[in-house]
Ligand binder design. Structure first.
Ligand SMILES: [Zn+2]
Length: 835
């Protein structure tokens, strides 16, 4: 019987998919359309759903649409890494467009004054699509949604546009969308084949989900490190939308999901009313999906906890974020638990939810505008109770790292100030130009709390993503949440890097302390120019200044450049790397003299990073991005496919991001390379392979997790609670070890999302970083895991022949915003011969 039903489903869906679809399948029946407005097919040459839209065609349609109507304007807000435009359409009635600036001003004023009227004020809805490029039904539905809003002559749409300003972001992730469209289209057969084994449904590594550097951009709404997020967040803060929707796809066997998500997993800083309004809006989705006979669910999965996701970020900014998840056809048509799932069906569900959102917005306009007004009014009242309170953060040795946290605040329109003079708080020194102060009494005070708070108590023990993101810990900056505003100087309006310089020309030597964030960038330039540089293994004092471990010495004599050219070269690169270089005229110091054997010669790194099948693409992308965009260091991406044929002698350093390791022959090959003097830097799950293949003698603690009194129904939650989704832990540093050069404190905060607990070495000097006894700083970890983590180590360095294996259990490069631990990787590379 079951088989028979499936066959019927197959047959109907199949014949449907082979037939040509037309617009009537997608669009509401009640509407007539303005013939002078081009349909997507008129411009892109195929019906929506017949092929996967490429981003260039999508852009072409959006420009054509904007040119055809006074309901829509279009702007290009910047470029992706691959140079694609980041488009935003503003869709509203022609009358609203005439006064769009006044509408925006009134909208923002309502978030800043204690009285405001909702009458005559449009509601602002931001609609965005397919932030994961291989979840394309959203962006394809966007073509239809935009067409409908611009071309429909129905009174419903006219009334909607009178009452709504729609900020329409047709593709959140142009590079990923393009990559996936290429895959799905090039593998499409004329005779659509729903067999899930077909190549069409098996994307190659790294897939189209991510952007150019393989980042999941739906984690970057808070850190804003990527160009796509930067453009989007600017639009967001410019408008403060009341509703923001985020259209995704999930597994092929699922149906359709809309928020609210799991109620107990809502961030406690989000107002209760936010979730109630989300429920109110959900009624409209349910009604619309009922009408077209689509199955759906709510509240059973996904959450609203991490504010770095598109559907959660608005919740701490006075808006309402809504996540949509559609079962993915992945290609054009695929078998699923619910019968044949076609791409057009997925598109139609997304379109339906996009339009039901707008209907809800129009009907709930007054309620939602009032909610936003009160959100900011209540926030102001909370803030005024802390009128004199402020947060200070900084690092007296590293202006660039401080700058980059300040830059995030600036992107979120959070106000901050210079400090008016150097001061000390809780034993930490805050230096002018190297520290900023954030008053609590400001408009975005709730966002400030969400970014700076440490949280270790939770209602739920399951998290869809990270459970902590405390920014000053991610940056490893000194900070205090309890200073007074009396330390505040001028508000920072133009944030600029501390300027780099060389103190003068020397005929003897130059010294560069290693603390600044961009020191690896200039050191790489120096070594790439075949200039000699050395690193100080000890601290010393010269001209009354203390130089820390890791100070770089550049002698003047016997260099490839003469004294003048060397000075010019260093000056240029000091500026580009924002570092201070001291010219000195003598080798005599208090401590090690400049000719001492405790200054060790450095060699130019030649770096390869393993990518491809078996490697976690996020981790690989983070490392590629770090070298390529921050430090301007060339790295070779070695694909696992061609590893066997590659001559490894070209490299002295190979980085293996989290991965399943190498096969037997490849393992033999890399072993020989290490024994000949190579440095292998391995991360996270790669350590299991390191241990198994005996490349490094490392030991893990075993954690026994036996379920006691756990019912069958609760087994998933029990297991889930033992994951570390991502939390922040404290460790002690031995600053005299080269892996820790450049860190000025004896403590460090580490990001961890693995349950590998590595035992320390029996010799204490081989444990330069060690978790404290009670290491949790912020985020969720189960009690058994916390007990296991206590006093273990995140790092082991082992010799093998003439080479070295560096093993990290933790991710030092997390999502491009964990600036605080990037230097650990740089130290493993530049000081590899001293480890
Ligand atoms: Zn997604």
């Amino acid at each position: 019987m079951k088989k028979y039903i499936l066959l019927v489903c197959l047959f109907t869906a199949f014949s449907f998919a082979q037939n040509k679809i037309d617009l009537s399948y997608y669009l509401p029946q009640s509407s007539s359309y303005n013939q002078s407005i081009p349909t997507p097919e008129n411009i892109v040459g195929h019906q929506v759903g017949e092929w996967h839209i490429t981003h260039d065609k999508l852009a072409q349609y959006m420009y054509a649409l904007a040119a055809s109507s006074d309901r829509v304007t279009i702007e290009n807000r910047g470029s992706t890494f691959e140079g694609r435009p980041l488009l935003l359409l503003t869709i509203s009635s022609p009358e609203n467009h005439q006064r769009i600036d006044a509408i925006r001003e009134a909208h923002i004023n309502a978030t800043e004054s204690n009285s405001s009227s909702v009458s005559g004020r449009p509601i602002v809805v931001y609609q965005g699509f397919s932030i994961h490029g291989n979840e394309p039904s959203g962006a394809n539905a966007g073509l239809l949604a935009a067409y409908h809003l611009v071309a429909s002559e129905s009174n419903d749409v006219k009334e909607l546009l009178d009452n709504t300003v729609i900020l329409f972001d047709p593709s959140f992730n142009p590079d990923g969308l393009q990559r996936f469209a290429y895959w799905a289209n090039t593998n499409k057969s004329i005779n659509l084949n729903p067999d899930p084994n077909d190549r069409e449904y098996r994307e190659v590594w790294p897939g189209g989900r991510t952007n150019h550097y393989w980042f999941d951009m739906n984690r970057d709404w808070l850190p804003v490190q990527l160009p796509e997020s930067r453009a989007r967040i600017k639009s967001f803060h410019r408008w403060l939308p009341n509703i923001l929707t985020d259209h995704h796809e999930m597994g092929t066997n699922a149906t359709f999901f809309f928020q609210p998500g799991i109620p107990s997993r809502t961030h406690p800083l989000t107002p209760k009313l936010n979730q109630e309004l989300t429920k109110g809006i959900a009624q409209y989705h349910a009604k619309a999906l009922d009408k077209i006979g689509s199955l759906y669910y709510t509240e059973e999965s996904f959450d609203d906890f991490y504010y770095g996701k598109g559907s959660t970020f608005p919740d701490i900014n006075g808006g309402i974020g809504i996540l949509f998840e559609q079962a993915s056809a992945r290609g054009h048509i695929q078998e699923s638990a619910n019968g044949i799932l076609t791409f057009p069906f997925a598109i139609r569900n997304q379109l339906t939810a996009a339009l039901s959102t707008l209907e809800a917005a129009k009907n709930m306009r007054e309620e939602i505008l009032t909610y936003q007004h009160n959100f900011f009014k209540n926030a102001r009242s909370e803030a005024s109770k802390q009128a004199n309170k402020a947060i200070v953060f900084g690092d007296e040795k590293d202006a660039a790292r401080t700058y980059h946290l300040a830059e995030i605040l600036k992107r979120h329109k959070i106000k901050f100030h210079e400090i008016n003079q150097d001061f000390t708080s809780n034993g930490k020194r805050y230096k002018k130009g190297y520290s900023y102060i954030v008053p609590k009494n400001q408009k975005n005070t709730r966002l400030v709390n969400a970014m700076f708070e440490k949280r270790t108590k939770f209602k739920d023990s399951l998290f869809y993503d990270v459970s902590a993101w405390t920014f000053p810990l991610a940056f490893n900056l000194d900070y205090s949440e309890n200073v007074t505003t009396s330390n505040a100087g001028a508000e920072v309006t133009d944030l600029e890097h501390q300027e780099g310089s060389v103190s003068g020309m020397s005929n003897y030597a130059y010294l560069l302390e290693w603390h600044e964030y961009y020191t690896p960038k200039i050191l790489n330039k120096i070594l790439s120019k075949n200039l000699k540089a050395k690193v100080a293994m000890r601290q010393f004092t010269m001209n009354g200044k203390q130089y820390d471990y890791g100070t770089i010495l550049i002698p003047v004599q016997n260099q490839k450049l003469n004294a003048q050219d060397l000075y010019n070269f260093l000056t240029k690169h000091a500026k580009e790397s924002y570092v201070q270089i001291d010219a000195v005229s003598t080798g005599l110091t208090l401590g090690i003299d400049l000719g001492s054997n405790n200054f060790r010669a450095l060699k130019k790194p030649k770096i390869a990073i393993l990518v491809g099948d078996g490697v976690r693409s996020y981790d690989a992308g983070e490392i590629w991005h770090l070298f390529d965009t921050r430090y301007n260091i060339k790295v070779t991406k070695l694909d696992t496919r061609s590893f066997g044929r590659t001559n490894l002698d070209r490299y002295n350093t190979i980085i293996m991001p989290s991965s399943s390791g190498l096969d037997e022959n490849q393992t033999k090959k890399i072993k020989r390379w290490i024994q000949d003097g190579g440095t292998l830097i391995a991360y996270r799950s790669t350590l299991n392979w390191l241990k198994k293949s005996e490349l490094a003698k490392i030991e893990f603690k075993k954690v026994e997790q036996t379920a006691k009194n756990i019912s069958f129904e609760d087994r998933g939650d029990f297991r889930g609670a033992q994951f570390i989704g991502g939390a922040i832990f404290g460790a002690d540093l031995d600053r005299s070890h080269p892996i820790n050069f450049g860190y000025k404190n004896n403590k460090i905060a580490l990001f961890r999302n693995s349950t590998l607990f590595m035992k320390p070495d029996t010799n204490s000097y081989n444990n330069p970083i060690k978790y404290t006894k009670d290491p949790i700083l912020s985020g969720y970890i189960s009690k058994p895991n916390l007990d296991s983590l206590s006093l273990t180590v995140p790092l082991q360095i082992k010799g093998l022949g003439r080479g070295t294996v560096v093993a990290f259990t933790d991710n030092t490069n997390f999502r491009a915003f964990w600036y605080g631990t990037n230097k650990l990787l740089m130290n493993a590379i530049f000081f590899r011969e001293e480890l």
